[in-house]
Design a protein around this ligand. Structure first.
Ligand code: PEP
Ligand code: MG
Length: 301
């Protein structure tokens, strides 16, 4: 079966009835990047950048970012690659941040915006690494809560691009907080793309810790979660921008059709399952996915 799936790598990711669905890879290392190329991902929907720094004693320097990022991006030369900025969340927090800070300011995007110099260093490093590796860069911001945060990020990114001497790349927002869903039309109007972080979003909407084993990828199909996802997709359509899913639900054979039916335009999955997800998309009837999603959403009202 593996051989058969591998043979399909040259085939387009369209449903049986011709609806295109983007298929990208999630990448955290050079090995992942190599696997994304082997499995013919059309691009990378998520490069996680915080992983090398989870035991850091201070903010990474530009050179430290470059040392980690360039080898990850190099195998991806020529491809569209979405690099996510540092996502230091409760479940991945280096000791120097875990120690002093507490509450919201100690986490996620508010933390990065409060540490503007460290954030600018990362933007500079990402721009330089992408140029060196020759990838088509997009930059993605995790844990966006409202449009003012995305605007603040764009300012820092544009300043970094001017300093490096390259054009500012497209900028997208991850939608993974219920607050972000509430104002998603405003965020979509300012973003070049949206990406659903279903791991965090599902946990937050259902009120379950994301480290709780009870929180499986399937829970993303729970009606209130799928309703939030459909609302995000509608905002994306309204603003004419893509809406990708980069959480684990994108790789779940039971949930992925519902995500496609709810209007998500691309799935970004770990390279290990990319062949399987391609086969799933190519075996799917889009009309059927639409009605399955509608049935879940109707159970919500
Ligand atoms: C998510 O929250 O769904 C996501 C893709 O990001 P992470 O798992 O890194 O928080
Ligand atoms: Mg997340």
């Amino acid at each position: 079966r593996r051989g058969v799936l591998a043979e399909a790598r040259t085939l387009p990711t369209v449903t049986l009835d011709g609806h295109p669905v983007g298929l990208q890879a999630n990448v955290g290392s050079a090995a992942d990047a190599g696997a994304a190329v082997v499995t013919a991902a059309e691009g990378v929907g998520l490069v996680r950048t915080e992983l090398p720094f989870l035991s850091a004693a201070r903010w990474p320097t530009v050179d430290e970012h470059l040392d980690h990022l360039v080898p990850v991006l190099r195998p991806l030369a020529g491809l569209p690659v979405t690099v996510r900025t540092l996502d230091f969340a409760d479940d991945k927090l280096p000791p120097f941040l875990a120690a002093g800070l507490s509450g919201r300011l100690g986490r996620g995007l508010p933390l990065m915006l409060a540490a503007a110099e460290a954030f600018s260093d990362q933007f500079e490093a990402v721009l330089r690494a992408a140029a060196e590796a020759d990838v088509q860069l997009s930059v993605m911001i995790p844990m966006v809560a409202d449009v003012s945060e995305l605007r603040a990020c764009r300012k820092l990114l544009e300043a970094a691009a001017a300093a490096v001497g390259v054009p500012a790349p497209p900028l997208g927002a991850m939608i993974e907080l219920p607050e972000a869903v509430e104002s998603v039309e405003e965020i979509a109007a300012e973003a070049d793309f949206l990406s659903l972080g279903t791991n965090d979003l599902t946990a937050a909407i259902l009120g379950i810790d994301r480290r709780d084993p009870a929180l499986t990828a399937r829970r993303t199909a729970d009606p209130p979660v799928l309703a939030a996802i459909a609302q995000v997709c509608a905002a994306g359509r309204g603003a004419d921008i893509p809406v990708t899913v980069c959480g684990d639900a994108a790789a779940d054979p039971w949930v992925a059709p519902l995500l496609i039916g709810a209007g998500c335009t691309a799935l970004s999955v770990t390279p290990a399952v990319l062949d399987e997800v391609r086969a799933l998309i190519r075996g799917l009837d889009f009309d059927d996915a639409l009605s399955r999603a509608d049935a879940v959403l109707e159970s919500c009202d």
